[in-house]
Design a protein around this ligand. Sequence first.
Ligand code: HEM
Ligand SMILES: *[C@@H]1O[C@H](CO)[C@@H](O)[C@H](O)[C@H]1NC(C)=O
Ligand SMILES: *[C@@H]1O[C@H](CO)[C@@H](O)[C@H](O)[C@H]1NC(C)=O
Ligand SMILES: *[C@@H]1O[C@H](CO)[C@@H](O)[C@H](O)[C@H]1NC(C)=O
Ligand SMILES: *[C@@H]1O[C@H](CO)[C@@H](O)[C@H](O)[C@H]1NC(C)=O
Length: 417
Amino acid sequence: MKLVTLGVFSAVQLFVGQASAVEFDARAQLVDVTRKHQFQPPGVGDLRGPCPALNALANHGFIPHNGIATIDEIVNASMNVFGLGYDLAHLAAIYGTAMSVSTDLSHMSIGGPAPLGSTPANSSVILLVNPGGLDTTHAAFEHDCSATRIDKYIADNGDASTMSLDLFKDLYYRQQGLPDEQVDYNLAIMNDHRMQRTIDSENQNPNFFISPFAGLMHIGASHGLVWQCFSNHSAKYPEGRLDRETLMSFYGVERSHEFVGEHLIYKPGWEQIPVEWYRRALSDPYTALHTSDDLLAAASQHPDLIDKYSMGGNVNGVNTFTVLEADSLTNGAYKRSELRNDHNLVCLGLIAGLLLSPEYLREYYVDYEHNVWPTLMMRLPPLFTDLNCKGVDSVEPRLLDMYPGYNMSLPHNIWRA
Ligand code: HEM
Ligand SMILES: *[C@@H]1O[C@H](CO)[C@@H](O)[C@H](O)[C@H]1NC(C)=O
Ligand SMILES: *[C@@H]1O[C@H](CO)[C@@H](O)[C@H](O)[C@H]1NC(C)=O
Ligand SMILES: *[C@@H]1O[C@H](CO)[C@@H](O)[C@H](O)[C@H]1NC(C)=O
Ligand SMILES: *[C@@H]1O[C@H](CO)[C@@H](O)[C@H](O)[C@H]1NC(C)=O
């Protein structure tokens, strides 16, 4: 598959965010959760899924409460409420919509399949399968070794979207014993947690797989986002500090005092934006450049995250992790030895991810080449200009077939099963 359309990225005017001292503006950063944005737990039929941020947005009416939202609604709310960058908000919402099997390439379910008839049809979008949602994007977007979700192929009923309270506790108790005012679930903590989650997956999940986009880029990004976008910001901590209460709130966890000692309970889908919570500075949105920095910082703290677990998976049962070589995947454009240079980690994740996306899209949409692909490409922001990514002419999808966790995620194998 040739990526002939990469040029459109540079044709669009660039949105540049410069790193500078982060400011704090209480009035601009306070997120109003009163009145129409008051917390309302999901009711029967409301969809919630693997992303705690989107679940919280739906619970507070920043996107529709039923969990079916348009690209524009998701982009707007992610940027305004969480300070996600223009680039990543568009990438996630547009790519997520395409991978969710959307009836109109605009509406997306943030959880399980959108019920038939719940989203508008578009006569130029003809589906080969029933509409899905973020829950059905395994290996394309939803990934293994998540911070708090169990890997799809070892989860009860294949549910990789509902949180595992045990995994949450693994994270939560990483600050055990620290006085409340010192607690901060910062990047170093998230990197340690990610390293452990990766080793757990290799040891426990015979179908563990780290794909280029959902894996190389998104695993690191989604761990980093916990601190980057759930932190409470203040004059004292303009870059944010994430304490126990705020972490719990964004994960739908409460303390029960029914028993002696601390007892945590989880209400699935009850992710809540805390009262008097201050988001990231809107002058410092979380962009792909930040992701690049976070992935590199994680790799310097735990070199194995790149040297051993960049991309690839178990090939023959647990503890058989085999690297998917960047060199072979990209015909030499990206080399394993150069993954730490420039923004190569994010670039490779993005480009290889987009080049592999037809492996799913062509089985979801009739003639994806003439509707989904151009829609994806035209609407995506100029990601690669900002990152100065080296281009890739083509990738070889068949290199991934050796990984059962990839093979199982392909639509035709799901239907056959
Ligand atoms: C722009 C639209 C967004 C889409 C389409 C999206 C999609 C997803 C998906 C598919 C996952 C599952 C990955 C996994 O397997 O763990 C996920 C996880 C996650 N997302 Fe989002 N997301 C979006 C925005 C955000 C924002 C604004 C934040 C800000 C905090 C965020 C934070 C997270 C976190 C922390 C996780 C990891 C959950 C865990 O395992 O604990 N996402 N997201
Ligand atoms: C965009 O977000 C702002 C702030 O959350 C909200 O007031 C506005 O209604 C949103 N607009 C759309 C079109 O969703
Ligand atoms: C249908 O989708 C096409 C291509 O994705 C788009 O150009 C068009 O505006 C859409 N039509 C409606 C009515 O939304
Ligand atoms: C966020 O920080 C401010 C300033 O320290 C504090 O007043 C507020 O209660 C905090 N919000 C949360 C949700 O912890
Ligand atoms: C992929 O999965 C299918 C169906 O489960 C199986 O028949 C096939 O042998 C697998 N291919 C590889 C390369 O493992």
